[in-house]
Design a protein around this ligand. Structure first.
Ligand SMILES: [Cu+2]
Length: 157
């Protein structure tokens, strides 16, 4: 049956609109057969494959260049961060250690926002992404209304 093709952690699996609708049809078919567990596993596989090029979970990946943590008091854990760019890339891990939702955006010295950003919806969220950043000074901020205090400097060398 169709659910066999969806396995957790299969690297070839990438979220596509087709997969979404396919799994939706699968879901309906599976639920009518009352096979709840396979349906849950399929849903998990779709969720786990979201956000290509990033990883999220309970730990900071070993190849992270800099970890930026949101802490209680609507603040980042530091005002200044540093990282080294490799081939124009910096791997940033965002971590939410506070009880509020946050997000992590990177703005360059000209005020241009990097298209890559990290969502930190709940306490305990850790997500790492590769940002295209050449050496320079950047501003890290959270764009949630009322979180204007969450501004830090990221110096990339
Ligand atoms: Cu915030």
């Amino acid at each position: 049956m169709g659910v066999v093709g969806i396995r957790r952690g299969t690297p070839a699996l990438r979220p596509t609109v087709g997969l979404y609708f396919q799994s939706h049809r699968l879901y309906n078919r599976i639920m009518t057969k009352r096979l709840v567990l396979p349906a849950l596993l399929a849903a998990l596989a779709v969720l786990a494959s979201c956000g290509g090029g990033s990883s999220s979970g309970g730990t900071v990946p070993a190849d992270t260049d800099v970890t930026i943590t949101a802490v209680d008091g609507i603040a980042w854990s530091a005002k200044d961060y540093t990282a080294t760019s490799t081939d124009g890339k910096v791997k940033i891990a965002g971590e939410n250690a506070s009880s509020l939702p946050h997000n992590l955006h990177v703005i360059d010295a000209d005020g241009v926002e990097n298209p890559t950003f990290i969502d930190l919806p709940t306490k305990g969220t850790i997500e790492a992404k590769e940002f295209s950043l050449t050496p320079g000074t950047y501003t890290v901020l959270c764009k949630i209304p009322g979180h204007g205090n969450m501004k830090a400097t990221l110096t990339v060398s």
